[in-house]
Design a protein. Structure first.
Length: 171
């Protein structure tokens, strides 16, 4: 059996050859799944701009369902949804402005204090270079299986350094 290609957008796999992959990537189902995936990461401002330019979907307003779903040319948002989205965009804008104001209010005394602390750290680092360096303790994130159950690529680095064993096979 040959290699198989798995599409993360569509949760499908098929035989990996140029013809099948090209046919799948240009297919309607793949294009829709890919659009749905990227739509999940759009910010509220972009969604609001798109929804304001659309007219309301009559079918969705009458029945509460639309055959076209997220591919509909018309808006499925009610006036209350658009108001909530507008409020969310305004809140995000205000938070961003406040963050920018905080960043611009750094005083000269704060900068000087930071530079002094930095210089002190550098001086102490130079004097401590001759001291032996302790190796950091490596811990896996909670919920991960034991080290022996993991593939070689996820094993922690050896304390002596990052040498690769000669009999290691990647598969």
């Amino acid at each position: 059996m040959g290699k198989r290609y798995f599409c993360d957008y569509c949760d499908r796999s098929f035989q990996d050859n140029l013809h099948n992959r090209k046919k799948h990537l240009n297919g309607v189902q793949h294009q829709r799944c890919k659009k749905v995936w990227y739509d999940m990461f759009r910010d509220a401002f972009t969604v609001l701009l798109e929804e304001k330019t659309k007219k309301p979907c009559r079918k969705f307003l009458q029945t509460g369902q639309c055959d076209f779903g997220s591919n509909c040319r018309f808006s499925h948002m009610t006036e209350q949804d658009i108001e909530r989205l507008t409020a969310q965009v305004e809140e995000e804008r205000r938070a961003k402005e406040q963050q920018e104001e905080k960043g611009s209010k750094i005083s000269d005394s704060q900068i000087k204090a930071w530079l002094e602390r930095r210089a002190k750290r550098k001086r102490s680092a130079r004097s401590n270079r001759n001291l032996p360096v302790e190796a950091p303790v490596f811990q896996f994130p909670p919920g991960w299986p034991s080290v022996h159950d993991l593939p070689p690529s996820l094993h922690p680095p050896p304390p002596s350094g990052g040498t690769v064993p000669p009999n290691l096979q990647w598969g």
